[in-house]
Design a protein around this ligand. Structure first.
Ligand code: ADP
Length: 266
């Protein structure tokens, strides 16, 4: 069935973007529907971060159009967008020595009136996400003193404290151990399943994508080559075309997901 306007959260038509004279994204047409988890995959330098930055309005396309929730993205104010959308960037950094709790509390700022303070329900939400992401014990530590994985958990906690309808994750679990990786993805997935959240996540790990995502899109050299349901996208021919490696895909009884094994092409 063709998607109607209300089925679509983001619509990209003929989007092009380049840095200086270097084209990065070329003619991307894409419709992302709400209520599921979209994985963005592709080799290094294929344009994943650039695409996420465009979706969040951090950069503007050189050509083409992007709409979010039916309105041109360029017409959304920063604050209105932040009330609906949270980004966990690849290189989360806070310049000053804010405590972990203060950084998570910053997630509430788009929802506060000007010069307003956090209310009891804001504090409660902050408590809940800190508990969920296992960072309560880090609460008084300065974020500048955390490990890469701890910082990623704080960045996701701040984004969830924002209570967004849409979460954009750029390699947000790349520094995490497997326990925290699965715990964070499960915390996010349970919000998606209950219809409270839509996710767009750039991921490197195809097996994590198989576990976490409903839909996958593959970029190569700035072009969107494949987009569809995860079970159709985890396909040996597609993986070979995108990454140039041999792959075998099998249904894994333990995880209940499709999983991929790889080897270099001979
Ligand atoms: P990916 O996330 O898939 O690794 P990126 O979107 O980060 O890819 O980058 C796509 C291309 O754009 C790469 O060739 C990268 O070197 C280039 N690029 C990214 N950021 C900049 C920048 N600020 N200035 C110039 N080139 C950039």
């Amino acid at each position: 069935m063709a998607a109607t306007g209300s089925d679509i959260l983001w619509q990209l038509d003929g989007v092009r973007f380049g840095y200086a004279d270097k084209p990065v994204l070329q003619g991307v047409d894409l419709a992302l529907e709400p209520g599921c988890c979209h994985g963005v995959l592709g080799p290094n330098g294929s344009g994943k971060t650039t695409l996420l930055d465009l979706l969040c309005g951090l950069i503007a396309p050189d050509a083409g159009a992007i709409t979010f929730a039916g309105k041109p993205l360029s017409r959304w104010s920063r604050r209105r967008l932040a009330m609906r959308l949270a980004l966990v960037p690849q290189d989360f950094s806070v310049r000053f020595g804010f405590s972990v709790r203060e950084v998570v509390e910053m997630g509430r700022h788009p929802h506060l009136p000007r010069f307003g303070h956090l209310e009891q329900e804001d504090h409660q939400l902050v408590d809940e996400v800190m508990e969920e992401l296992d960072i309560v014990a880090l609460g008084n530590r300065s974020v500048t003193q955390l490990s890469g994985g701890e910082k990623q958990r704080v960045a996701v906690a701040r984004a969830l404290a924002q209570n967004p309808e849409v979460l954009v994750l750029d390699e947000a679990t790349s520094s995490l151990d497997i326990y925290h990786s699965l715990a964070i993805l499960e915390a996010i997935r349970s919000r998606v399943r209950s219809g409270r959240l839509t996710v767009v996540a750039a991921l490197h790990d195809l097996n994590l994508a198989g576990f976490f995502c409903d839909k996958l899109l593959f970029l190569r050299k700035g072009k969107l080559l494949y987009h569809g349901r995860v079970d159709d996208m985890l396909d040996a021919t597609i993986i070979h075309d995108i990454y140039g490696v041999e792959a075998r895909v099998h249904q894994d009884a333990f995880s209940g997901c499709n999983q991929v094994s790889f080897r270099l092409s001979r």
